[in-house]
Design a protein around this ligand. Sequence first.
Ligand SMILES: [Zn+2]
Length: 303
Amino acid sequence: MVFSKLSNSYFDEFPLRKRKKHSTSSDYYFLSHAHSDHTTGIKSILSSPDSTIVCSKETAAAIKVLHRIPKEKCLVINKNQSLDFDDFVIHAIDANHCLGSLMFVTETPENRKEVYTGDFRLGQPILDEIELIRDADHLWLDYTYGKNPKYTFPSRKDLISEILSLMLADGNYPQKEIWIAAYQIGKEKLLKTISDALKVKIFAPDKKVKIYKEIGGDWDIFTDDPESGICVESRRRVENLSGLDQQTEARLINSLRISPTGWAIELISKRLDVHYFPYSDHCSYDEVHEFIGLVNAQEITKI
Ligand SMILES: [Zn+2]
C-alpha cells in the first residue's frame, strides 16, 4: 500500500511483478498483517531470491498457509522489537488489530521519523509506546472509520460480554448451533474468549484451522469437527446464506447467527434473523482522532 521514500522500502506492498510503480527496489518488504488487502502480489516475492518479508511470527504462519510463502523468506520481528537496517531503524508495535498485526515506526540517523500504522485499534499496547510514535514527520494512517462520527462503537471487551450473554441466553447454545461471521484472520479476542468460556474448539473452514494450528500455542482454537456447536464462516455466508450447499443452509437457518462488524452501524437493510454487533478490530471514529492528536504528525497520509 505504501512505498516510503524515506527508507526506500515497501509497506504492505509487493510490486515485484504486477505493480512495478517505483524504480528503486528494496530487499525488504514490511508486512503489517496478513489480511488480503495488504498482501496483494505477495507471491511475486518468491521469484526474487534476495527479497525478504519482515513480519511477526503469526503473520509468517498465516502467509505460509494462505500463500505458500516459506518461513525462510520471512525475517520475524516481534512486537516491541527494533531492527537496524543501516540507513534506518525500524520499531515494531502491537497494532491491536488481528493476531500478530504490527505498526511500524522508522527512524533515520538524521532523526526523521515515519509511522506506518497498518490496520490498528487504539488500545493499551499502542498507548504504552506512544512516546516512540509522538511527533512523527509522516503518519501513514488506517482511517477506516475516521470519516464519520457515526462510527463510534463500544470497546471489544464490552461487546464480547454482550455477545456471550446472547449466546448463553435460554434456548441458545448448546441446544442451538451458533454461527459467527469472521474473516480467515481476525476477531481473535472474541473467538478465543468464546472458545475458553465454553471449553470448545470452534468449527471453521479448513484454511482457518490450518493457520491457527500453524501459529500454535494458545491459539489452536479451531477444529474441522462439524459437531462443535460453535462455527465460524465468512460474512457473506453467515449474513446472506450465499454460496452454501442445501444442508449447510438449513443448518444456518436454524442456528443463532452473529455478525460482529464495525459496518453494523450503517447496515440499513440488516437481516432481522442475524444479530449484529459493532465489534471491530479497527479504531472507531473517536479513537482515530484521539490517535491523530497524540501523534501530532507534520504530515498525514490516510491509507
Ligand atoms: Zn486488516
